[in-house]
Design a protein around this ligand. Structure first.
Ligand code: GLV
Ligand code: MN
Ligand code: MN
Length: 419
């Protein structure tokens, strides 16, 4: 059945060519920045739609801005196996984060079609658009549209320039009123599979090309606003100041300390915006974000409580006011055991030199949200030096090809299980 499938070397070359095509589209020249609903997101989505059509999928850009492609199975309307990831990026991000998984799905669908294989399920590929949560304070909103958990309040969220998500979505060509109808019926998606660069150093250290994700870490995110009193940097005596930035800085260090206090926990302040932000003005207000994660949900819940307690103590001592607006709080998400086994079979069929190494994910993924709808699983691909969310993110062409061949073999294993 599998003798006509392309080799990992061929699949890797195809993947790198497709990634080069997709990654031409960026909001910033010389960098890869593709924010949700930006003009380059639209261009990238059109490119992905075209590539899906070449692969024999019927494709469209949906109301929330995701690209959806589908090829029917042995008969029309069967439940689908869905392969997905995202095409939005962080600012000045890497070439593979998200993009690889989308390209992998398209190339797998193409190879299965070219091999003349009819599947006992529909095959869908999806390119989500809002995984990074960089532009708006949402939480995996485009995959939440499919799971029926889209928070309509997100439509009124604003980006840093004050643009409202609803308006950005309309300008993109999406349809705010059509989002509710994107929700999939339970049972209509049999499985969700996502290929993703590891974004960490484990596979490289262990000389493994791919690994199977066991669970995705629990995480919390919030926006914090500290309001003090703006004043003249030369005239307001230190004792009379209500410096919002000094208070916010102390909170950032408190978050770092809280993360250190819990095993395998992490805490990050990634955005920090003083207002008005001038050399000779005592900052009157600061907006910043907090992101905190740990393997267990209970640890994240404990960190959340501790953050509230210590931030409030700092605010009271310094005479500033504090607002913490949660964006998201999610428990750890275990990946489906049966699909992990299917990936293990796919790995074994791809090469006797490969092993089914299992590892957890510290990063968040659309698979976390899709697991609310259907069994979900992820395959990680070796990442050079573990670097990600950086233009230095890298992997080899062959590893990309191995991952796509494993994905194909895994889809065929799921087909066999139907038999
Ligand atoms: C997504 O990249 C995340 O923040 O984990
Ligand atoms: Mn990602
Ligand atoms: Mn990312």
């Amino acid at each position: 059945m599998t003798t006509t499938l392309p080799s990992p070397a061929v699949l890797g070359a195809r993947a790198f060519a497709a990634l080069a095509g997709l990654n031409r589209f960026s909001d910033e020249p010389g960098k890869l920045t593709r924010l949700y609903l930006s003009p380059s997101h639209r261009q990238g989505a059109e490119y992905v739609k075209g590539a899906m059509e070449v692969a024999g999928l019927t494709a469209f850009i949906d109301a929330a801005g995701s690209v959806q492609g589908r090829r029917e199975g042995a008969s029309p309307g069967l439940p689908a196996v869905m392969i997905g990831s995202h095409i939005d990026t962080v600012r000045d991000g890497g070439r593979f984060d998200g993009n690889l998984g989308v390209v992998a799905g398209i190339l797998a669908a193409q190879a299965i079609r070219d091999a003349g294989i009819t599947l006992p399920f529909a095959l869908e590929v999806i390119a989500f658009g809002d995984e990074e949560t960089v532009r708006f304070p949402t939480s995996l909103s485009t995959s939440a549209a499919l799971t029926g958990r889209y928070d309509q309040g997100w439509l009124t969220a604003r980006d840093a320039d004050g643009v409202v998500l609803r308006d950005a979505l309309t300008a993109f060509g999406g349809d705010p009123a059509g989002i509710a109808a994107l929700a999939r019926k339970p049972g209509s998606v049999k499985a969700y599979l996502e290929v993703h660069i590891e974004q960490g150093p484990v596979l490289e250290a262990e000389n493994e090309a791919v690994g199977i994700v066991t669970a995705i870490a629990a995480q919390g995110r919030a926006g914090v606003r500290v309001t003090g009193e703006a004043g003249h940097a030369g005239t307001v005596p230190m004792k009379l100041r209500k410096d919002a930035l000094a208070a916010a800085a102390e909170m950032a260090l408190a978050l770092e300390a809280i993360a250190h206090e819990h095993e395998r926990a992490v805490g990050t302040v990634g955005v920090f915006r003083p207002d008005p932000g001038a050399t000779n003005v005592v900052p009157g207000a600061v907006d910043f974000t907090i992101d905190f994660r740990a393997p267990e949900g209970a640890t994240v819940a404990g960190m959340d409580a501790e953050i509230h307690r210590r931030f409030a103590e700092i605010a009271a001592r310094r005479g500033v006011s504090l607002t913490i607006t949660p964006y998201s709080r999610g428990d750890a998400v275990p990946m489906d055991e049966g699909l992990q086994e299917a990936f293990a079979t796919g790995i074994a069929r791809t090469g006797s030199n490969l092993t089914a190494r299992r590892l957890p994910s510290g990063a968040g993924h659309d698979a976390m949200e899709m697991a609310k709808l259907c069994p979900a699983a992820m395959l990680f691909v070796r990442c050079e030096k573990g670097i990600s969310h950086s233009p230095l993110e890298n992997m080899t062409e062959l590893d990309a090809g191995i991952a796509i061949r494993v994905l194909i073999e895994t889809i065929l294993e799921l087909a066999r299980r139907e038999g």
